[in-house]
Design a protein around this ligand. Sequence first.
Ligand code: ADP
Length: 296
Amino acid sequence: MSATIIDGKAVAQTLRHRVAQEVAALDRRPGLATILVGEDPASAIYVSNKRKLCVEAGMRDRHRLLSAQVSQAEVEDVIDELNLDPEVDGILLQLPLPKHLDAPSLIERIDPDKDVDGLTETNAGRLALGRPGLRPCTPSGVIQLLDSAAVHLEGAHAVVVGRSDLVGRPQAQLLLARDATVTVCHRHTRDLASHTRDADIVVAAAGVPKLIGAEHIKPGATVIDVGIHRTEGGLCGDVDFDAVAGIAGHITPVPGGVGPMTIATLLRNTLTAANLHNSSHRETRTNGSGPARDGV
Ligand code: ADP
């Protein structure tokens, strides 16, 4: 193996530590609210990890567990209540939701300034236009991993494999914002390897186990694996790690690569949202208008 491994666990730990230090210096503890619908075991584990690390970072943890049969209106009420709660800076609606619920309209109901997953149309629009806003956690985490390994982005050819709302699309926008030349591939792309073989950076987010093999990678390229799959042979990503590690310059492992960065970025986003709310509160107080916020 020749590639340098990008240690997402270590980078995430450093980021979480920095967030905790900044939180400790605030007058008011930032609050993260998580909403879990149903009892899907994987989702339950994700949410409990987010809550645990939120508390570890010194933040307030608010949790709503709703039954799998909950109605659209009931979830809307919970979101409305959290939108108005001055102790809640970030709202995370754990996906996927049961089929009978309209997920896009529920996401859209979250106050964009509390949308710490960066999934509302407002935040997607802000990202597309290069304006400040809350960015989706997984693709932001990928950018931080690239920075941690000092991978040069400006002018580099980055190929994103996948165009989901959660990862591929925002990933392409974030790379573009850093002046990379970006190609987006998806399930209709003809000859995937012809694109990825030309890439300095490949971000694999297709949800297909071991889709990216040695034949897809240029020697020395940086390979970031967003996928995670439970197979009979254990966990694997969208990249065939053993095959690609002999060719790539840098590579992320699965697990221990992108995954830990997603939660660390969620905490960073919650802190960003809290700073936004604190400064808008200060402005409100100085102007002497608008509703006061509790606990500030
Ligand atoms: P994720 O949550 O990891 O982004 P999704 O299932 O939401 O996964 O999206 C998968 C994305 O990957 C889609 O945009 C799809 O077009 C793309 N994709 C799926 N299979 C392939 C493939 N064989 N080659 C290239 N892209 C693919």
